[in-house]
Design a protein around this ligand. Structure first.
Ligand code: KG4
Ligand code: ZN
Length: 333
């Protein structure tokens, strides 16, 4: 089954064709990052207008790359939310028009859940060996652990009570003038640093409640910086990055261990920008004793292949897919 995926939730316009939820035949991503850079962040109104300009060429490029036409497509999956509402509406309205015009089923997809399917793209392991599983979404906006009884069931087990993990990397990087996005900058500097030179605070672990917190760690970095009036040698900055990174990532690993103790699982799927961190991958390899799957680097950030992948599973778990997915009476969230 071929699913065309369409993604426009933030500043990437993406389209992809995926076969049977795993095999990526094409994945086209147009990033607006250069347009928004001068503003220091994504401007929602500009993002929506930019999506409008490129959505049609991106869908065509995805079809061309997959050497197919719209006739070959079995269903269309589109990001319903969460995201910037104006940006989402461009993808949704386009996908609704395409579905209506071609008579193909239309599948609305949750963007955060879809990120998890990024870890399955191109993976050969049979589904039965992966589920029930745990999933960790760790990005600039989310630090969530889900229990997944099957590919379309997402039971939220843990989330952050303050900052998201990636957000804390970005804020700390900004504080030390390291640039944006903070994650890759901190990771690069941490490689040259000693993680034991500066001591980091550890959040009080509550036995029964699974939750994340990054504001204490961030505040500690703010205080360290103020104490030194912002003056650090390159060596000290590297040591600070290493210590911060070790604690920020260590929390993810400990919570995954707690979640596994609570809900035995066959695998862990990891998604989101922080999943690109090589130190995190090494820590997980060392501590976790079930198979852990990370997305290929190109599927860590926003893309439409993950949308098509989750759309495929949603379509196949419905008893009467044709009637369910010919409904257009839904909106962005
Ligand atoms: O999933 P993503 O591309 O976008 C959303 O947040 O939706 O994640 C971006 C986040 C940023 O906070 C960025 O600093 C973080 O992921 N990130 C990293 C690394 N690469 C990106 N954090 C730690 N280490 C990295 N190598
Ligand atoms: Zn995303």
């Amino acid at each position: 089954m071929l699913v065309l995926g369409i993604e426009s939730s933030c500043d990437e316009t993406a389209a992809a064709v995926v076969e049977d939820g795993r095999k990526v035949l094409s994945s086209q991503v147009f990033s607006q990052i250069e347009t928004h850079k001068v503003f220091g962040g994504v401007v929602p109104e500009i993002a929506a207008r930019e999506h409008l300009k490129v959505i049609q060429p991106m869908v065509q490029a995805a079809l061309d790359e997959a050497s197919c036409t719209l006739e070959d497509i079995d269903a269309i999956a589109v990001t319903q939310g969460p995201g910037l509402v104006g940006a989402l509406l461009v993808g949704i309205t386009y996908a609704k028009g395409l579905a209506l015009g071609t008579g193909k089923p239309l599948i609305p997809v949750n963007h955060v859940h879809a990120h998890i399917h990024g870890a399955l793209l191109g993976l050969d392991a049979p589904l039965e060996s992966l589920f029930p599983g745990l999933a960790l979404v760790v990005s600039g906006g989310h630090t969530n652990i889900y229990y997944m009884a099957n590919p379309t069931d997402f039971e939220l087990l843990a989330q952050t009570i303050d900052d998201a993990c990636g957000e804390s990397f970005d804020k700390v990087a900004k504080l030390f003038g390291l640039g944006y996005p903070g994650g890759p900058r901190i990771e690069a500097l941490a490689k040259q640093g000693n993680p034991n030179h500066f001591q980091m605070p550890r959040m009080v672990e509550e036995k029964k409640r699974l939750l994340f917190s990054y504001s204490g760690l961030k505040t500690h970095m703010v205080n360290l910086r103020h104490r030194n009036k912002g003056v650090f040698t390159d060596e000290e900055t590297a040591d600070l990055c290493a210590a911060f990174q070790e604690e920020a990532l260590g929390q993810l690993v400990r919570k995954l261990e707690s979640a596994l103790a609570l809900k035995p699982a066959s695998s862990i799927l990891v998604a989101g920008g922080v999943a690109a961190n090589q130190r995190f991958r090494a820590m997980v390899d060392e501590a976790i004793n079930v198979p852990v799957y990370f997305p290929h680097l190109r599927y860590c950030s926003d893309n439409a292949a993950m949308i098509a992948a989750l759309g495929y599973h949603q379509f196949n778990t419905q008893t009467h897919p044709q009637s369910v997915f010919s409904d257009y009476d839904w909106d962005a969230f």
